[in-house]
Design a protein around this ligand. Structure first.
Ligand code: SF4
Length: 95
């Protein structure tokens, strides 16, 4: 279990993680989509949340791709909920 508890802390934590949860990706859905890995989405969402990049439509479309993060969430050994953090900090708030 991670020390990261706030949504922002969870994005920071996940963005630096080597996607340990990838083993939970169901291969019948195809090869693991690296560009939509939880850490990739978390990193991009973090840049928006911390106002380093603008919440442009293409950026929001990218951080909205949460299928992989949702599929792998239960396998996160750190207790991070990246989809919830992304939604609360970027998608709901509109950053
Ligand atoms: S969801 Fe958990 S295991 Fe997966 S990349 Fe993020 S911190 Fe790592």
């Amino acid at each position: 279990m991670t020390e990261a508890r706030t949504p922002l802390e969870q994005l920071r934590y996940c963005s630096l993680c080597p996607n340990i949860c990838r083993a939970a990706w169901p291969l019948e859905r195809g090869p693991y989509p690296e560009g939509e890995a939880p850490s990739a989405v978390a990193y991009l969402a973090l840049q928006v949340a911390e106002q380093r990049i603008e919440a442009a439509p293409d950026i929001l479309a990218s951080v909205s791709r949460l299928d992989v993060a949702e599929a792998c969430r239960a396998a996160c050994p750190h207790g991070v909920d990246t989809p919830a953090a992304v939604r609360s900090l970027v998608l709901v708030r509109g950053a």
